[in-house]
Design a binder for this molecule. Structure first.
Ligand code: BES
Ligand code: MN
Ligand code: MN
Length: 462
């Protein structure tokens, strides 16, 4: 047990089987049918932190799902790392597209994971990545090499907007005081080119409802004579982008930070293979905002996407009907300086203004959060870069991600600490999709890299 590499080699089978047990519990936060499973998962996380060597572990009740808090304080004068993660997972549907059941984890080899990957909902997002931190702590405690204080805060509502966590953080500044926040809930470019996530996009999520006639109508008797809410909704949605795929909502781009040509040139250095990208998605071409390349479109540019649309008859066969109502769920990914509440306002005003007479429109805001950018000259970033360089043998590159972890901006505001996002997943790991998986290589590399972060963070803090 002299170093982390040999410790991982010696204990890897147990690390894998423990994660598999955690993945068997279907902690789907969006669906109340699973509420007992979500609670059971918080218990399992609590037990794992106790076993790994935290001195104090608590289940903190909230208006929603519990937050698991654990700490090991070795010396108040030393720095403190706060680890954040989530134990809830996305719903597994569509079920029939899984090649093995989502809550019966199995190890299978893939092209990008020749050593095998664990297939299960939550394998990568975020149980697998969160559990790397638990096992890294276990190593540091057992080998007596934990160089500073550590706090864990693992929540169960990330996939539904982290409402209770916001409440908890506001009430617990003292308890959560720390020098850096460490999260593994993002990805990296590839196993050959590690990267550190330096940016997350913000999010505004809304649901819209278009109502026409007061009841569903015969599409022959009334078709052509009244507004069809589904036709109208489709037209309204289509008008939200222009021919260059710019978003047409007035004011939408006002606060968008434009990167300099130098910054864009820097970004373009990250390895990216367009042919492989298309091939992995079975696409004959890519699509997006004019004037930007793929890696910009999905990170430094804001977007608007319909996530779901429904209304009318979708059952077997045909039914001739004009529906009374049509609905859609729409997400807008935002970039730094765009305020999510302001964007939600702009969207609402615009969407209502483009509704033709003959229908009424309702916009219901769901949740959202601000974007985030972390500097690369901070001690935390430097420590993370050194840790990856040592464990992968390659210097990692900074990358802004297109995903969102809305609570990160709130952490900075409330706790005044920077967040470092040390992700070990790959974009192809199918998070939120059927057949989500997490490479065994990635899981073990994560466990290996994390203690190095602690070591360098403390060294650089001196
Ligand atoms: N872990 C993801 C976010 C992520 C994944 C960021 C990969 C960067 C790279 C997180 O669990 C997630 O899914 N977030 C949601 C937002 C949330 C409010 C539901 C998202 O990005 O859609
Ligand atoms: Mn996540
Ligand atoms: Mn997620």
């Amino acid at each position: 047990m002299d170093n982390i590499k040999s410790y991982v080699q010696e204990h890897k089978d147990r690390f894998i089987s423990e994660l598999i047990e955690l993945l068997k519990i279907p902690s789907v936060s969006a669906d109340s049918a699973y509420s007992q499973d979500v609670i059971d998962t918080s218990e399992a996380v609590r037990a794992s932190l106790e076993k790994a060597g935290c001195d104090r572990v608590e289940i903190c009740d909230t208006p929603g799902y519990p937050i698991v808090y654990g700490e090991k304080i070795i010396d108040r004068n030393l720095p403190t790392v706060l680890v954040y993660g989530h134990y809830d997972v996305q719903p597994p549907d569509p079920m029939d597209l899984w090649t093995s059941p989502p809550f019966e984890p199995v190890i299978k080899k893939t092209e990008l994971h020749p050593d095998g990957a664990i297939f299960a909902r939550g394998a990568c997002d975020d149980k697998g990545q969160m559990y790397m931190h638990v096992k890294a702590l276990e190593y540091m405690v057992r080998s007596n090499s934990l160089p500073c204080n550590v706090k864990f805060m693992i929540e169960g509502e990330e996939e539904v907007g982290s409402k209770s966590l916001g409440w908890f953080v506001e009430k617990n500044h003292e308890k959560l005081q720390c020098d850096v926040i460490l999260i593994s809930d993002t990805g990296m470019i590839s196993n050959q080119q590690p990267s550190i996530t330096t940016g997350l996009r913000g999010l505004s999520y809304v649901e819209v409802e278009v109502t026409g006639p007061n009841r569903d109508l015969h599409s022959g008797l009334y078709g052509g004579a009244v507004a069809n809410p589904i036709n109208v909704l489709a037209k309204m949605i289509a008008s939200l982008h222009d021919e260059n795929n710019h978003i047409t909502i007035p004011g939408f781009y006002d606060k968008v930070e434009e990167l300099t040509m130098e910054e864009r040139a820097e970004m373009a250095k990250a390895p990216f293979d367009l042919d492989q990208y298309k091939k992995a998605l079975d696409l004959d071409d890519i699509y997006g905002e004019k004037g930007y390349v793929t890696n910009e479109r999905n990170s430094i540019r804001p977007t608007l996407d319909v996530n779901g649309i429904w209304g009318g008859y979708t059952g077997e066969g045909a039914k001739t009907v004009i529906a009374s109502k049509a609905f859609a769920k729409i997400s807008m990914r935002l970039v730094p300086h765009q305020d999510w509440e302001e964007i939600t306002e702009l969207f609402t005003r615009h969407f209502e203004s483009i509704a033709p007479s003959g229908v009424t429109v309702k916009v219901k805001p769901h949740h959202g959060g601000q974007g985030y950018v972390t500097p690369i000259d901070s001690i935390g970033y430097q420590a993370a870069a050194k840790a990856y360089e040592e464990s992968f043998g390659i210097r990692p590159v900074p990358v802004r991600s297109g995903g969102s972890i809305p609570i990160v901006a709130l952490f900075e505001k409330e706790l005044k600490s920077k967040t470092i996002m040390m992700g070990f997943g790959l974009d192809s790991d199918a998070i939120h999709s059927p057949n989500e998986h997490f490479g065994i290589f990635n899981y073990l590399k994560g466990i290996e890299t994390i203690p190095l972060f602690y070591k360098y963070f403390v060294e650089l803090s001196k």
